[in-house]
Design a protein around this ligand. Structure first.
Ligand code: 13P
Length: 258
């Protein structure tokens, strides 16, 4: 029998929106999602808007806050970096780790990703670990090997309890920002593989409870079908999260059918 897992939808704004743009965004998004309680919602704006979003959302946040990146170091002479403590201070709960844009454009290695993940866990931030294969890797039939090696590099040796704090996002690199979504079948196959592998690393109970999000050209029109797959527990949305109404539609698409 399928294990019920609360759906989880996160919007990664990437390098879009200024801090003065977030107030009208939130006004519209909150109105549109007001009645939805069945989905965990996370907004991941740029660092410069975190404080404003946090202030607008207030203490009892139904919508939670995430950061797009974080230093693996606790503090010190690291010009331009942002620490876990700085994020916690703004009531940030989640942090993206290992996004393919960070790996590809900013040289983050599996080792960097692991260090950041461990720092997040030690700082009571919940990491959203992003993994996924490139088009060449998929065409070479290597996607499962890539997923396995990224999962292993990030998680091997952590306790089951630590792994249970991690949200996984499967984001095939070829589907990000391209309009080329993975088919629900392709995504389901990858998610089921990831869950099996989590089982090997942390036991089946942790694996069955883990939330595994799909990311890559999710839109209001494909969200429901993707998220109705057995092992797809939500979405990590880039471009389509910039429109508050469209993003609210994606959140609504995660509400389980009655
Ligand atoms: P798009 O939804 O724009 O394809 O981006 C996905 C993504 O990278 C989310 O982190």
């Amino acid at each position: 029998m399928a294990i019920p897992r609360k759906k989880f939808v996160a919007g990664n704004f990437k390098m879009n929106t200024t801090s003065s743009e977030v107030a009208p965004y939130l006004e519209s998004f909150r109105l549109e999602t007001e009645k939805i309680n069945e989905v965990d919602i996370v907004l991941i704006p740029p660092f410069t808007s975190l404080s404003k979003v946090s202030e607008i959302l207030g203490g009892a946040q139904k919508i939670r806050l995430g950061a797009q990146n974080m230093s693996s170091e606790a503090k010190g002479a690291y010009t331009g970096e942002i620490s876990a403590a700085m994020l916690r201070d703004l009531f940030v709960r989640y942090v993206l780790v290992g996004h393919s844009e960070r790996r590809r454009l900013f040289g983050e290695t599996d080792e960097t990703v692991r260090r950041k993940l461990v720092t997040a866990l030690n700082s009571e931030l919940r990491p959203i670990l992003c993994i996924g294969e490139t088009l060449e890797e998929r065409q070479a039939g290597q996607e499962k090997n890539i997923l396995e090696s990224q999962l292993r590099a990030a998680l091997e040796g952590l306790s089951a309890e630590e792994i249970s704090e991690v949200v996984i996002a499967y984001e095939p690199v070829w589907a990000i920002g391209t309009g080329l979504t993975a088919t629900p079948e392709q995504a389901q196959e990858a998610h089921s593989f990831i869950r099996d592998h989590l089982g090997k690393l942390a036991g089946t109970s942790v694996a069955n409870k883990a939330r595994i999000l799909y990311g890559g050209s999710v839109t209001p029109s494909n969200a429901r079908e993707l998220m109705s797959q057995e092992d797809i527990d939500g979405a990590l949305v880039g471009g389509a999260s910039l429109d508050p109404r469209g993003f609210a539609e994606i959140v609504a698409a995660a509400v389980p059918a009655k």
